[in-house]
Design a protein around this ligand. Sequence first.
Ligand code: AR6
Ligand code: MG
Length: 319
Amino acid sequence: MGLAKDMPGGELKSKFLGCLVGMAIGDALGAKREGRGMSRSEDIVSLADKLEQLIYTDDTHMTIGVAESLIESNGFDGEHMAQTFVKNYKAEPWRGYGPGPPRIFGMIKGGEAWYSAADRLYSGGSFGNGSAMRVSPVGLLYSRNPERLREIAYRSSSITHSHELGKEGAALQACAVALALNTPWDEDIDREDFLSALQDFARNQLYREKVSRIRELLGEQDKARVVALLGNGIEAPRSVPTAIYCFLRQPQSYRDTVIYAISLGGDTDTIAAMAGAISGAYLGIEAIPSEWRAKLENREYIEALAEKLTSSIDNVNTG
Ligand code: AR6
Ligand code: MG
């Protein structure tokens, strides 16, 4: 697998754009089916055709916050990222945030430190998928250094999700984005290599087992079995491996990846957001259907963030 630093600039930029726009479209389209059961692909396609606008939710809103903070701070700054989340939430609290984060934002506003507030939530911190859903900018920016990628994914997670399974879910999703980014367009995704890299990267046994399940399920036709073994829930271990699976089933098609992710039901917006981020990071912006791109709310701003992130990659990796 190559490294993004050897990639032509145009390809790198397209992949950054594909990742963030692909994430946002997966989120917005998936939000229309959130919490429902499994559905047929044809029904999701016709839903996408009917929608006049693709309105995104907290998944994208928080990813925007991560990207803004990484750009403004020239890398990770926990205090700055936490304050960015607080500010963005205050401006648009109606985006469909999970139960935990707004409580954390309240604690931080009340003076609690960004690195300790999340420990007070649930037992040992949250393992919801809320830190994995927003981590793709970390995967892009730190794609050249897996150990820094892990460290920054953990630290960005710990602002709201400090449970080991929450942090590891964010790191695994960031790693999948980096692997996809680092695979040039003219190389096919080698699914065995991709899964071995994830398996080696994962530090937690539950995720290692889930990655093995992905391998076993690659040819599976029965969606109920996929949901039973990988999950479609709001918890990181029941959604991050599922999103990676959705990408690996059809790595050459952004459209099929996102539609399949939504067809599994459950936490459709977040699973499609994560799968869409990985797919877009491999295939680039041109692979995303133009009629979907045209409908995405705030697309120009999201694209501008992706372009700025592309420009930051050299600074972050030399600084
Ligand atoms: N013990 C038991 N349950 C837990 C634990 C724990 N330690 N941690 C999390 N949960 P939360 P999020 C369960 O509140 O991750 C939006 O719709 C618990 O049921 O941290 O930001 C997005 O689109 C908890 O309520 O929020 C995503 O789909 C739930 O996991 C989602 O919300 C979510 O954890 C992201 O939610
Ligand atoms: Mg969700």
